[in-house]
Write a protein that binds this ligand. Structure first.
Ligand code: UDP
Length: 470
């Protein structure tokens, strides 16, 4: 007699960075709510940070948390500056272990499929016949940046790349289909900012991106109303696409209640919520550069002067490792002391989703990381974009020139520009930006409601995983 059908079992493996863990943990929670068994694989270092600062073990008692070495010494800084080294180590040390574990049934004989951070495509060889499990790729970044990456080989072939120095940065890129006359050299993904197209990091990223269509399917944290035309372009190369974002918003729909994200790799300082409660509606610019941006002291000071000079109230996340080479507490410069005390509040790490949805927040000065961008969109808050690397350069161009949700500071870092752009979003062009931000927030929420495009695509993903397990 046949027993009860077994629940499908999905192994989820994110790149060990905050933005990647955030969205893949949300995907894991969503799949788990749909009755799927989850194994969440992390490096020991990320697992330690995650369990230390977020009570994930009690929040997800059904998850099987597992770790795999990244091959780096315990005291390795593991910041984005060492990206190439981290990836190389995964390739030489982690890859053979991961393969052995997959083919030896280490994760359980019931394993249905793997959702791999698409940056990890190297970890499994597409043509490796020993690996029987379907591998889904999850790209944690925007569709517009994925498409730009996919077009880079053509840009090189057509002679549009490399960029020929600083004076070449405003040249228009004319042959990214769907983005003609939109992207300047400075708006291309950050890794393209090299004068030699053989640059090893650029070559690595290109290889990874080109492999996107070797996955069984590709999952994106975006939504149709936001990136529809770009998604159509990507489908020409990767027809099996699930577009299921914004994931944090879909999760709220599925849980049918508000939930605080539990995926922090840093200690969250909730005191800023009480501070926000005492500020007038729409009066605060929230400032955060995400989890991996680093800047010099000079840039920090320009932002600080700009924020104080803007005359707006500000809530600013200054991560302990935000400023290069500074390990001690950052002191308020004497000339900014009064303005900062009057109007500013600083934390090391904020409960960002809650902050963004607070009515006191009127805008977001952001590094344009994809999670932050989606969180701002859902909260209906206009943005001042100061992109740092990778996909962020493309995202910020789309925020300002396509979605009209704010302004793009791209490559400017002086106090006058900071003050001006903050006031553009918070005062001078407030109505215009609030109108488009409210419209886009409604579209985002509609996409994750029953009948919406992301809601339907997620159900399709769950059904397809169920079919694989039969
Ligand atoms: N975040 C947070 N508190 C902070 C700063 C950031 O919770 O003080 C979260 C934010 O909500 C987002 C993630 O960290 O989900 C950052 O991801 P993103 O893709 O925006 O940028 P990255 O850190 O990958 O550059």
């Amino acid at each position: 007699m046949k027993g009860e059908p077994q629940a499908p079992h999905v192994l989820i493996f994110p790149l060990p960075f905050q933005g990647h863990i955030n969205s893949m943990l949300k995907l894991a929670e969503l799949l788990s709510l749909a009755g799927i068994t989850i194994t969440f694989l992390n490096t020991p270092h990320s697992h330690h940070q995650l369990t230390h600062h977020s009570d994930v073990l009690s929040r997800f008692p059904a998850f099987r948390f597992r770790t795999i070495t990244d091959g780096l010494p315990l005291d390795h800084p593991r910041t984005i500056e060492f990206f190439a080294q981290i990836i190389a180590s995964f390739d030489t040390v982690t890859k053979p272990i991961f393969k052995h574990w997959l083919i030896s049934g280490h994760f359980g004989s019931d394993l249905t499929c793997v959702v791999l951070d698409a940056f990890f495509k190297n970890l499994v060889d597409a043509e490796d016949a020993e690996i029987k499990h379907p591998i889904f790729g999850f790209r944690t970044v925007s569709a517009c940046s994925v498409w730009a990456y996919l077009c880079v080989p053509q840009l090189i072939e057509d002679g549009q790349l490399p960029i020929r120095g600083e004076e070449d940065m405003d040249r228009m890129i004319t042959n990214v289909p769907g983005m003609e006359n939109l992207l300047r050299c400075r708006d291309l993904p950050g890794f393209c900012r090299v004068t030699d197209t053989n640059d090893p990091v650029l070559q690595f990223i290109l290889k990874q991106t080109q492999r996107s269509y070797q996955f069984h399917a590709l999952i994106l944290n975006s939504f149709q109303d936001l990136e529809g035309p770009i998604l159509s372009n990507i489908r020409t190369l990767c027809p099996n696409l699930y577009v299921i974002g914004p994931l944090h918003s879909l999760l709220k729909t599925k849980l049918s209640h508000e939930t605080e994200s539990l995926n922090n790799l840093w200690e969250v300082d909730r005191s800023c919520l009480a501070w926000l409660d005492n500020q007038p509606p729409g009066s605060v610019i929230y400032v955060s550069f995400g989890s991996i941006t680093v800047m010099g002291n000079q840039s920090l000071m320009e932002f600080w002067h700009g924020l104080v000079n803007s005359g707006r109230n500000f809530l600013w996340v200054i991560r302990p490792d935000l400023v290069k080479g500074k390990n001690e507490e950052i002191e308020i410069p004497a000339e900014l002391e009064e303005g900062t005390k009057q109007r500013g509040y600083m934390v090391g790490w904020a409960p960002q989703e809650k902050v963004l949805s607070h009515e006191a927040v009127g805008g977001f000065l952001t590094h344009s990381g994809w999670n932050s961008t989606l969180e701002s969109i859902v909260a209906g808050k206009p943005m001042v974009c100061w992109s740092y690397t990778a996909d962020q350069q493309v995202n910020s161009r789309f925020v300002s020139n396509v979605w009209k949700l704010g302004v793009d500071m791209k490559d400017l870092c002086d106090r006058e520009s900071v003050a001006k752009m903050v006031n553009d979003v918070m005062v001078n062009r407030k109505e215009e930006f609030m109108r488009s931000a409210t419209e886009m927030a409604n579209l985002a929420r509609r996409s994750v409601s029953p009948g919406g495009s992301s809601y339907a695509d997620f159900d399709r993903l769950v059904n397809d995983i169920r079919l694989l397990s039969q």
